[in-house]
Design a protein around this ligand. Structure first.
Ligand code: ADP
Ligand code: MG
Length: 192
């Protein structure tokens, strides 16, 4: 479903060029659950924004659901993104007063769960949550995955990474490790 080849992304800051992604080649099948981990600045969010069609690569190839994304124009890219991809971002801290349930529901509304995306991208979705709310968010993401939605989740949390079926580690814009976890698929347990 997702296939990247030598994906590079550079940012220019004044005279300095930052290589956020240094040539990433990977393949993710429909229905997989994948954690992307790595130190701050390793390129996780950049990779997620390319996979999520929020931005385009400097060079390299990207195919999503059989389509050559590198060759889509802006309007086509936006339409494809709206139809196929859901996003969950960190930012629950903005809703500190909301109940745990609302904390879980709101971002999933933003993510377009109602639109049944084929791909759900979550960039540190539990980064600002207490452990109980984190578990609830994780359960919902896993429930979506159990329904066939491909899940790609960026996280610093080892337990959450271990709940995915595969963990990809980035370092300085390159994939340095890509391993299947031995996570046993379990039915998500709804949190109160
Ligand atoms: P991570 O999500 O792993 O912390 P990022 O993908 O955000 O890493 O960033 C990777 C590198 O690219 C960092 O050096 C970061 O400073 C740089 N970078 C990311 N986005 C931009 C941008 N819009 N402009 C300039 N540099 C950027
Ligand atoms: Mg990031």
């Amino acid at each position: 479903m997702i296939e990247t080849a030598r994906l590079r992304k550079t940012f220019r800051m004044g005279d300095v060029e930052v290589e956020a992604l240094a040539g990433v080649s990977l393949r993710i099948e429909d229905g997989e659950s994948v954690a992307i981990v790595g130190a701050s600045g390793s390129g996780k969010s950049t990779l997620a924004s390319l996979i999520g069609c929020l931005d385009v690569a400097t060079s390299g190839e990207y195919r999503l659901a059989g389509r050559d994304i590198s060759r889509l124009g802006r309007a086509e890219l936006a339409r494809f993104r709206n139809e196929s991809i859901g996003f969950v971002f960190q930012g629950f801290n903005l809703m500190a007063r909301a109940s745990a349930l609302e904390n879980v529901e709101l971002p999933l509304v933003y993510a377009g769960i109602d639109g049944r995306p084929r791909l759900l991208l979550a960039d540190e979705p539990t980064g600002a949550l207490d452990s109980r709310s984190s578990a609830a968010v994780l359960d919902l993401l896993l429930a979506a995955n159990a329904c066939g939605v491909t899940l790609i989740l960026i996280t610093h949390d080892h337990e959450i990474a271990a709940a995915m079926s595969r963990v990809i580690t980035l370092h300085d814009g390159s994939v340095v490790s890509d391993v299947a976890t031995d996570a046993v698929p379990t039915l998500p347990v709804a949190a109160e």
